[in-house]
Design a protein around this ligand. Structure first.
Ligand SMILES: [Zn+2]
Length: 198
């Protein structure tokens, strides 16, 4: 069976099961959302935001891109953060990176001609790797080096969000959390925590 067909059938089973267990569930969903957290994660298929924290529909406002980046010139990410902070008034922003990240690995390798858009997106990551060259070079295992850069990248994005005028202008500035997901254990590790309060 091809994938899309399997997903449609799975959705039918899931929606029936939820409705049987909680008859008001979808009616309530349709009334509006009030998520308490914005999740900024990587697009990687192995790091499904809601699944790894067991969140229900309505709990997380989600933005995902390659290597969980937030930059001021990214209209997509900026509009998501703006809506989350000013319209939804989320209390938390979670930046979640992960080990074995392909986007981070790419930033430690030569650019690929076939992926010009990816190259542009991860230019900041190359620059970040350059800033931490000594620490990264001291790590002998190439996989561990990628994982460490993924962690440094999370910390960098948390700092960017903390300094962002969008976040700072919030009526109630959210707390910003930096997490990394370890694929081998399926565990989240807290790396940093910041508040954008002035
Ligand atoms: Zn990734």
């Amino acid at each position: 069976m091809n994938h899309p067909k399997r997903f449609l059938l799975a959705n039918l089973a899931w929606s029936s099961e939820v409705a049987a267990r909680e008859p008001e569930f979808f009616t309530q969903l349709a009334q509006g959302q009030r998520p308490r957290a914005l999740w900024i994660g990587c697009s990687d298929s192995r790091v499904p935001a809601e699944r790894i924290v067991n969140a229900q529909p309505g709990e997380l406002f989600v933005h995902r891109n390659i290597a969980n980046l937030f930059t001021a010139d990214d209209a997509n990410a900026s509009s998501v953060v703006e809506y989350a902070v000013h319209a939804l008034e989320v209390e938390h922003i979670i930046v979640c990176g992960h080990h074995h990240c392909g986007g981070v690995r790419a930033a430690l390798s030569a650019p690929l001609d076939a992926l010009p858009n990816v190259n542009r997106r991860i230019a900041g990551l190359r620059e970040l790797a350059g800033r931490h060259r000594a620490e990264l070079d001291a790590i002998a295992d190439p996989d561990a080096r990628v994982d460490r850069l993924a962690e440094l990248n999370v910390i960098e994005q948390v700092q960017r969000l903390e300094a962002s005028p969008i976040v700072r202008a919030a009526r109630r500035p959210p707390q910003i959390h930096g997490w990394v997901f370890g694929l081998r254990e399926g565990r989240l590790l807290q790396l940093t925590e910041a508040s954008a309060a002035v």
